[in-house]
Design a protein around this ligand. Structure first.
Ligand SMILES: Nc1ncnc2c1ncn2[C@@H]1O[C@H](COP(=O)(O)OP(=O)(O)OP(=O)(O)O)[C@@H](O)[C@H]1O
Ligand SMILES: CC(C)(CO)[C@@H](O)C(=O)NCCC(=O)O
Ligand SMILES: [K+]
Length: 260
């Protein structure tokens, strides 16, 4: 079994893969750097018991956008599986793609992992849009290299910011509004966010293609991608969880290279 761990700024997701390469289960918790190795184990082992799975983990790979959580996840991996995890972004974790950005730039590991999976599934000249805490665009060149992208505020973050900054604006959830002209506060906010993001995705994607000078495929991933795709066709393809797929590909690449 392989355990792939994706720590975002909001959520931490564990996916356990069987030896035939299929997903055995996916567990989600909030990201908290205070969570100890033992607390991870209590949560993980309890839920696996619930799913009737006996964990026989032979490899662990981590992508974390929150550097502080990596320490406890390393201890968790060492203490409960007697393994050293691969951590994306660290020099000891090999990547099957080039990274061509300004010297000294720390690219978010989730963006590198998305690029690896996108290139594996669709080939080069790609734009990957991921709706997490931030809305990111990752650009893959013809050879699959990560060559940069765009970082915009996340959908839920934007809604939260409106609520926090304006006394009369309530907390609302994102949804697809039937009309653009809202006739109440909630509908006005939902319209602003939903159609605002549709515009953002279309405009940024077309400008990236213009700058890149080639036609590119646009791939959507992350929790909110289906909501957009089902009401406004902004992507060529939708991928349920590109980050997890990419972590597995990177682990297998390191195995092939004799690195684990
Ligand atoms: N219709 C919806 N309305 C509101 N939120 C939704 C909806 N569908 C999915 N989500 C949210 O999408 C999120 C899953 O997205 P994803 O895992 O890509 O990012 P995240 O966990 O929010 O961010 P990060 O990866 O940066 O921690 C969940 O938190 C879920 O609440
Ligand atoms: C942009 C986020 C927050 C998206 O999860 C993450 O990838 C990150 O912290 N990135 C670091 C900066 C960069 O990617 O250029
Ligand atoms: K994510």
């Amino acid at each position: 079994m392989l355990l792939t761990i994706d720590c975002g700024n909001t959520n931490t997701v564990f996916t356990l893969w069987g030896d035939e390469g299929h997903t055995l289960c996916t567990l989600r918790t909030s990201t908290a750097h205070q969570r100890t190795a033992d607390a991870y184990w209590v949560w993980f082992s309890t839920l696996l018991k619930h799913h009737g799975i006996e964990p026989k983990v032979r490899g662990v790979i981590i992508s974390s956008t929150v550097p502080r959580v990596v320490f406890n996840l390393r201890v968790f991996t060492d203490r409960y599986f007697d393994l050293r995890p691969l951590v994306v972004g660290k020099p000891e974790c090999l990547l099957p793609i080039d990274v061509r950005v300004d010297a000294g730039t720390q690219v978010g590991p989730d963006r590198l992992v998305n690029t690896v999976a996108g290139f594996n599934h669709y080939g080069g000249d790609l734009i990957i849009v991921d709706f997490g805490t931030a809305t990111t665009f990752d650009v893959a060149d013809a050879d699959g290299a990560y060559i940069g992208g765009v970082i915009a505020p996340g959908v839920n973050l934007s809604l939260e910011a409106l609520h926090m900054a304006a006394a009369a604006l309530p907390h609302v959830d994102i949804t697809h509004p039937d009309k653009v002209i809202g006739t109440n506060t909630v509908a006005c906010m939902q319209s602003g966010i939903f159609w605002g993001y549709v515009g953002l995705i279309k405009e940024i994607s077309s400008r990236i293609m213009e700058e890149h000078g080639r036609d590119m495929k646009v791939i959507g991933t992350g929790g909110l991608a289906p909501l957009f795709q089902s009401h406004a066709p902004v992507f060529d393809h939708f991928e349920d969880d590109l980050t997890m797929a990419g972590l597995k590909i990177i682990y297998e690449y390191n195995e092939e290279q004799g690195n684990v």
